[in-house]
Write a protein of this length. Structure first.
Length: 280
């Protein structure tokens, strides 16, 4: 299944995508109106069994896609989690996962412009695979971690490198500087998330490519590690890190600028495409 958040009829809604149509999950069951509820194990089972034949739908083309974030969802991000990216930074391999957070306001959905702030031109791309929690848990074991995944999506960890140099929080949290989407593909449709191929393109030119099997810390380790200090909730997102090829490590550096189009393409999930615009 593909689940989205979208704007339609003057309201934000959770949707079930079927081919080129979208069904409001609240029309199927009021208990599934929130994305977190739809992603929970019971919600996914209900969506798989409920009849959609008699429920009104909307054209996907008419649905303005929002970030697929559940109410109150937190966005955990992993730094330096591909050996190729660690190598291009010249840093040592991390002794444990490096975690930072982004605010919900720092990301936009597919098709919406990622904004370059007026105070910086060092606007970089980072294509990533993101895991979305379905089953809540605290102090999750690595052995059981995969059962807590509700789905997967694409993520662009847009970064203002000159600010990040002094503060990761600042460099990663400018409003509308990142992107997530276009939808969440439920875990049952991706039996092996280590077999995916991630590519990032800037203006149609490929700038990053890697298999997701190249992660330093695999998904069970990341989920277990984060759950030691934060009880994970349905809808929480873990962005798993970016491979080599970021603009900051190129000679000369390659920065995103207004008028550009950036895409994060992950096999089995889809393409997260965003134009770049100047912040007002």
């Amino acid at each position: 299944m593909r689940l989205i958040r979208y704007w339609h009829g003057g309201a934000a809604r959770t949707g079930l995508v079927q081919d080129d149509r979208v069904i409001d999950t609240a029309a199927l069951s009021p208990s599934l109106a929130d994305l977190g509820a739809a992603l929970a194990a019971d919600g996914r089972r209900a969506l798989a069994t409920l009849s959609v034949a008699s429920v009104a739908s909307t054209s996907l083309a008419d649905a303005a896609l929002l970030p697929p974030l559940a109410t109150g969802a937190r966005l955990f991000c992993i730094g330096l989690n591909y050996k190729t990216h660690v190598a291009e930074t010249g840093r040592d391999l991390p002794a444990q996962p490096s975690v930072f957070t982004r605010t919900a306001e720092s990301v936009v959905g597919a098709g919406a412009p990622m904004l370059r702030p007026a105070v910086s031109e060092h606007f970089d791309f980072e294509g990533e695979l993101a895991v979305v929690i379905g089953t809540p848990g605290h102090r999750i074991t690595e052995a059981s971690a995969m059962s807590h995944i509700g789905g997967y999506t694409c993520f662009n960890d847009g970064s203002l490198r000159d600010f990040q140099k002094f503060s990761v929080t600042a460099g990663k949290n400018f409003d509308a500087s990142g992107a997530i989407g276009p939808w969440i593909v439920t875990a049952d449709e991706i039996p092996d998330p280590t077999a995916l191929v991630l590519a990032t393109r800037l203006n149609g030119v490929e700038v990053q490519r890697s298999g997701t099997d190249m992660l330093i810390y695999p998904l069970p380790r990341l989920i277990s590690y984060i759950s030691q200090f934060a009880a994970l909730r349905a809808g929480d997102v873990i962005a798993t890190g970016t491979p080599a090829g970021v603009g900051a490590r190129r000679v000369p550096p390659l920065w995103m600028k207004p008028g550009d189009v950036v895409e994060v393409d992950i096999s089995g999930i889809g393409v997260l495409r965003n134009p770049i615009a100047a912040a007002a």
